[in-house]
Design a protein around this ligand. Structure first.
Ligand code: SIN
Length: 293
């Protein structure tokens, strides 16, 4: 099993016996790994898919450069990893409802995903991962910052680990995608933003078994069975801790960039620092499984 640590580790290489293809992984500081020698537009073999899955479970995010993916190839890639979840709130790419559009135009003030979050934690069965492809990148800015929830958990004290290991948290979408929320006019189906759900605050990662902190500032609304006065200070402390710089990596998008993140192991936030430019990304979300402590 591959494990990622707080320090940059030496890259590893996986050669696939059937094809002779060699995928190279160069871990990033904080979270994620850069992946080279892997053409995402080609039909990936089972062994390549398996290597990428293992790397996702270990590093949390896969970063790719210089890819040339059509919408159809983006869909075919996602289907190698599971069933596509058609997002009920996001605008869709015309003729490709499987792909959600993450767009900000120069006339818009707010961007999508500006607050730290993990996608779909408000679902009973949260998404496994999301594959984001850059389509229009601003000349400067528009980076995405990722945070490592394995490291966030590992670096809690034993005392706090013992406490959070026993707790569940409540997650919701209604304050983000529900009607009347600022910026929600760019989303659809506000009436569907009703599904609050409860997950363990610490999960065993479905691929690696490693423990990860599973609360996030955008969608977690409280600790189950605790009142707001009790739960807000603990959650805020965990949020400050989880975004320590050494647990994060800032990914700069270029034409041809792709990031594939595991929603159970990471958070992300999209920076809103390109006021006069357009940024357009295509996102596909892959379904996951129920989460357990
Ligand atoms: C998202 O939050 O899913 C989008 C992230 C981004 O646009 O960088």
């Amino acid at each position: 099993m591959i494990r990622s640590g707080a320090r940059k580790t030496i890259g590893h290489i996986v050669t696939h016996q059937r094809t002779g293809n060699t995928i190279e992984f160069e871990p990033a500081d904080g979270v994620g790994t850069y992946v080279t020698n892997c053409d995402l537009a080609s039909q990936l073999g089972d062994d390549q898919v398996n290597s990428l899955k293992q790397a996702l479970g270990a590093y949390g995010v896969l970063f790719f450069r210089n890819q040339d993916l059509s919408p159809e190839q983006h869909i075919a890639l996602a289907e190698c990893f599971g069933k596509i979840n058609i997002n009920r709130f996001f605008p869709k790419v015309p003729d490709h409802p499987q792909i959600a559009e993450v767009r900000k135009e120069p006339t818009q003030q707010l961007n999508i995903g500006a607050k730290w979050h993990t996608d779909h934690s408000y679902d009973q069965i949260p998404a496994m991962g999301s594959i984001l492809v850059s389509r229009v990148t601003p000349k400067r800015g528009g980076d995405t910052v990722f945070a490592n929830m394995f490291l966030a958990y590992d670096h809690l004290s034993d005392g706090l680990k013992a406490t959070v290991n026993q707790l569940n948290a409540v997650h919701s979408s209604r304050h983000v995608f529900g009607s009347g929320v600022e910026g929600s006019e760019r989303f659809s189906n506000a009436d569907n933003a009703t599904q609050d759900t409860i997950h363990p605050m610490v999960i065993s990662h479905p691929i690696s078994g490693r423990k990860a902190l599973y609360v996030n500032p955008e969608f977690t609304i409280g600790i189950d069975g605790w009142n707001k006065e009790e739960s807000t200070p603990l959650l805020e402390m965990l949020y400050r801790h989880a975004t320590r710089p050494e647990f994060t990596h800032r990914y700069k998008w270029r034409p041809g960039s792709v990031a594939f993140w595991d929603n159970r192991a990471t958070w992300h936030c999209a920076l809103n620092d390109y006021p006069t430019e357009t940024r357009l990304m295509h996102r596909i979300t892959v379904e996951g499984e129920a989460l357990h402590a």
